[in-house]
Structure formats: C-alpha cells, structure tokens
Design a protein around this ligand. Structure first.
Ligand code: AHR
Length: 327
C-alpha cells in the first residue's frame, strides 16, 4: 500500500508544482478544485450534538487554513447516506477522502472503490473494522476504549467501588459505543461492587438521553446511584429527567460522562454533573497535517492509529478551567 500512495503522492506533488491540481486532470465529473486547490471529500456522521458541531467546524477551518477545497457530505446519521457520499466523491475523482464513519462495519466495498481509483482515505474520529487494513491510510481520533476505562476508574475512586449504575450507550455499532462499553466494564470487572443495573442506547442525543433516563427512573427509581453516559449530550438529557423526577443531579444521583463540551462544564459549575472525560473534537489540524503528508507521498513512518490524549475533569475544578475551554 505504501508504495501505491507514494506513487499517487508524487504525481500529485508534481501536478501542484506544475500549477495543476490532481482534480483538474482526473475528475470523473470534470469538476476541479477552486483555484487549483487539492480537493478533499469529507463524509461526516451527521449533527447529533455539540461535540459533532465542534468537530465539523474544526475540519472545515483546518481545511481552509491548510489550503484545501473541502467538499462536505452530511450522513444524517445513516450509513447508507455515507456510503453514497463516499461513492460520489470517488466518482468525482477527489484527491483524498476523510471519513468519520457512523458505525464500525460495512465499509469494505466502498473503500475498495476508493482504493481502485488510488484515492487515499483517512479515517477520522470513529474507527472502521475492515478485512484489509490497506483500505485506509491512517486513523486519527480519540482512544475511546481508554475513555471508558477512565470513567470507571474515576467512579471507583468516587464511590469506593460500590454503586448501582445505569448506562446510556451511544449509537449502536459505533466504535465509541463499543469501546466505552468495554473499557468501562474491563475496569469495574466482576469483583468490584459496581453493578450495572440497566443499559440502553440514547443514540448520543440529548432528547434520547432524557427519554431513556425517564424510563430508567420509572423502572428503577431510588435504586439508581450513578448515570454513566457515553457522551455529555445524553448526560444533559438525563439531568433534565432527574430534575423532573424531583431529584438533585450530581448529589442524589452521580453523573459521569464523556466529551468535555462547554455545556458539560456549565453543568459541572452548577453542580449537576460530577465528571466528564474529555474526547477532543478539534481533530481538523491533525487530519490535514496527515493529509499533507499523504498527498506528498511522505507516509513512511505514519502510524496506522494516531490517538489524541484525553483528560478527566471534575465538578470541583470546572470553574477554574471553563474559560480556557475551546469547544
Ligand atoms: O465519535 C465521537 C462521539 O460522537 C462523541 O463522543 C459524541 O458526542 C459524538 O456523537
């Protein structure tokens, strides 16, 4: 694979130097980049919450700063839309593709199409599970398994290892859902006194998080000590459900979630959320730094996975850091 992208990269470098981008010469639909800029097709999952908005903005801004033309496709939370958009970018003969895959599986065929056209694909944010790793160049994103572990470690410390937990899972089949589910369980293990009494998907959405939490409260009522939410948006929905049930979020029920968006920091400052494990959405600059290398054929030492480091924030220190938050 390396040699193939190297060949593609050198061709592109030559054409850029010669003031003619690859898209000028090889677009299947005859389209070309604005002002000879290299063209990148970006396939986003959708716009399910605050994190995703920050992610899209980061990619758009980084593309502009790095001198690319970005063609944006919103998958609207459907894998079939994402597959169609990918196929269309391949048909357009873009110079590269960035894919934030909604779910982990089902990408082999469409990635084969990109490979056949020598269009490099960078996987961003969520991971893919494909038979042949050479179908993409690199993955850039958070270590979502570790995020699940960090949430569990924090919880054990906070509760002394004894609590009844309800879990709000993300989108079924999405890599952060799978990894945050497994990472959390691998730390709480079978011997700790942490017990997961209910677990259901809230699809990474605030409204769904509220709806599922209302059902949890109806069924389990006073039994619930802790909410573990796979993202902040669902935790915020759960906070609303807890308040509607006449309880105090953060005190009567502990909440730990993942992302570190501004609304989570505001909830922590208000005392309603106890902890958020950061998942940094500002991935655009890293993506385009990698894309520069890919298109210039400089991928010799590029790792297959490039993970962004996460921090843990608690309500006790939220006030000090909220003004320095960038998303
Ligand atoms: O893939 C990252 C996850 O997707 C974020 O945690 C979540 O907020 C988003 O929907």
């Amino acid at each position: 694979m390396t040699r193939q992208w190297l060949a593609v990269g050198s061709m592109i470098m030559l054409s850029i130097i010669g003031c003619s981008s690859k898209s000028d010469s090889s677009s299947a639909d005859g389209s070309s980049g604005e002002n000879d800029k290299p063209v990148i097709g970006f396939v986003q999952t959708g716009s399910e919450g605050d994190w995703r908005k920050a992610h899209t903005v980061s990619v758009r801004e980084a593309a502009e700063a790095a001198g690319y033309e970005l063609r944006f496709a919103d998958g609207q939370a459907k894998q079939e839309n994402q597959i169609k958009a990918l196929s269309s970018f391949v048909a357009q003969g873009v110079d590269g593709i960035i894919l934030a895959p909604l779910v982990e599986t089902g990408w082999d065929n469409v990635l084969e199409k990109a490979k056949k056209r020598n269009i490099p694909v960078l996987i961003l944010d969520r991971q893919v599970d494909v038979k042949d790793d050479s179908l993409f160049v690199t993955y850039i994103g958070a270590d979502t398994y570790n995020e699940g572990r960090l949430a569990a470690e924090w919880l054990i410390e906070k509760t002394g290892g004894k609590a009844k937990v309800v879990e709000l899972q993300g989108t079924p089949g999405a890599s952060p859902t799978i990894n945050r589910y497994n990472g959390f369980r691998d730390v709480i293990g079978e011997e700790s006194g942490i017990e997961i009494i209910a677990s259901q998907s809230g699809d990474f959405r605030r409204s769904k998080g509220k709806e599922v939490m209302e059902a949890f409260l109806k069924k389990h009522g006073d039994e619930i000590d802790v909410v573990y939410a796979h993202n902040d948006d669902m935790a915020i929905g759960a906070i609303q459900a807890i308040e509607d049930a006449g309880k105090k979020p953060g005190d009567d029920i502990i909440l730990v979630s993942i992302d570190g968006v501004r609304a989570a920091f505001e909830a922590m400052v208000e005392g309603k959320l106890n902890c958020t494990v950061e998942c940094n959405p500002l991935q655009g600059p890293m993506a385009f730094e990698a894309m520069d290398k890919i298109l210039s054929g400089d991928i010799g030492d590029m790792p297959k996975k490039q993970m962004i480091k996460d921090e843990v924030y608690e309500r006790e220190n939220a006030k000090e850091v909220i003004d320095s938050r960038k998303y």
